[in-house]
Write a protein that binds this ligand. Structure first.
Ligand SMILES: CC(C)=CCC/C(C)=C/CC/C(C)=C/CC/C(C)=C/CC/C(C)=C/CC/C(C)=C/CC/C(C)=C/COP(=O)(O)OP(=O)(O)O
Ligand SMILES: O=P(O)(O)OC[C@@H](O)CO
Ligand SMILES: [Mg+2]
Length: 229
C-alpha cells in the first residue's frame, strides 16, 4: 500500500478521549505524516464521526483504525484493519472481519483498506486482554509471527504494539528484519524526543498515542525526532 510508505510518524487519536481545539490544531499542524483515529475500547460511531470532522479541517491524511464493527464511519482516507497474529482466538484474526465484510458487502471501497498484522506485547494493555494475545513471546516466536504476517499472509504492515509501555527494541529490530517488504509500525510508550528517536531507528513508522493527552509539548517533540532518524 503505497500511501503509508512515506510515513515516519503518526499520531493516534482516541475518539473516547477529550482533546480541545487548540491541542488538536497543534497535533494536526505538527508535520506528523498522518492522523490515525482508533482505540481498543469505547469507540462509537458518534465519537468517531465527531473526531473525523474536526481533523478534516486540516490537510493531512486522516485514517480510521477499525476496532469495532459499529464504528465504521465513511469519509476517511484509509481504513486500517488490525489482524492479531499472536492470539489463538480467531475472532481477532479473521472472525470480526468476516462479519464486517458480510455486513458492508458491496459498499466496501477495497482500495482504501490496509490490513495490519498486529503483534500485541504489553500484557497489561486493554488490547492484550481483549484479544487474548500471547504476550510473552520469545524473540524467535515474534520473528515467526512476523514471517506469518509478511511472508504467508503478505500483509503490507506488521504492527508491533506495546500500547501503554515502552517496548523491547531489540525484539522490534528482529521483527523488522523478519518482515521482508512489509512496513514495520511500532507503537507504545513513546513519550519524548529520545524514545521517539530510539523507536524510529528500529521501525519504519512510529505511532504516538497516550502522551498527546498527558504532555502535549513532549508529544509534539516526537515528530521532529522521528523525521531526523
Ligand atoms: C461504508 C464504508 C465506507 C465502509 C468502510 C468499509 C470498511 C472499512 C469495512 C470494514 C471491513 C473490516 C474487515 C473491518 C474489520 C472489523 C473488525 C472489528 C475487526 C477487528 C479488529 C481488531 C483485531 C480489534 C481488536 C483491538 C485492536 C487490535 C485495536 C487496534 C487499535 C489499538 C490497539 C488501540 C490501542 O488502544 P488504546 O486504547 O490506545 O490502548 P490500550 O489497549 O492500552 O487501552
Ligand atoms: O498510546 P501509546 O502507548 O503511545 O501507544 C500508541 C499505539 O500503539 C496504541 O495503539
Ligand atoms: Mg490509547
Amino acid at each position: 500500500m503505497d500511501a503509508v510508505k512515506p510515513w515516519r510518524h503518526v499520531f493516534k487519536l482516541d475518539p473516547e478521549r477529550e482533546l480541545d481545539d487548540e491541542a488538536l490544531e497543534a497535533v494536526c499542524m505538527s508535520s506528523t505524516d498522518a492522523i490515525m483515529v482508533g482505540g481498543s475500547s469505547g469507540v462509537t460511531y458518534e465519537n468517531t464521526v465527531d473526531l473525523m470532522s474536526r481533523v478534516r479541517r486540516y490537510e493531512l491524511p486522516c485514517v480510521l483504525e477499525v476496532s469495532d464493527l459499529e464504528a465504521v464511519v465513511p469519509g476517511f482516507d484509509l481504513y486500517m484493519i488490525p489482524m492479531v497474529l499472536n492470539t489463538a482466538d480467531s475472532a481477532w484474526t479473521t472472525g470480526r472481519h468476516r462479519q464486517a465484510i458480510e455486513r458492508y458487502s458491496y459498499l466496501i471501497p477495497w482500495e482504501t483498506l490496509v490490513p495490519e498484522g498486529y503483534i500485541v506485547l504489553n500484557p497489561d494493555s486493554t488490547v492484550a486482554k481483549l484479544t487474548g494475545a500471547e504476550t510473552g513471546l520469545s524473540p524467535a516466536a515474534a520473528e515467526a509471527c512476523a514471517h506469518v504476517g509478511s511472508k504467508l499472509m503478505k500483509l503490507p504492515i506488521i504492527y508491533v504494539e506495546y500500547s501503554g509501555t515502552f517496548g523491547d527494541l531489540e525484539l522490534v529490530e528482529k521483527v523488522r528484519r523478519a518482515s521482508g517488504g512489509a512496513r514495520v509500525f511500532y507503537g507504545g510508550g513513546i513519550h519524548d524526543a529520545q524514545t521517539a528517536a530510539q523507536a524510529a531507528t528500529v521501525s519504519d513508522t512510529i505511532v504516538v498515542g497516550n502522551i498527546i493527552y498527558e504532555n502535549l509539548t513532549k508529544a509534539l517533540e516526537t515528530v521532529k525526532a522521528a523525521h531526523n532518524q
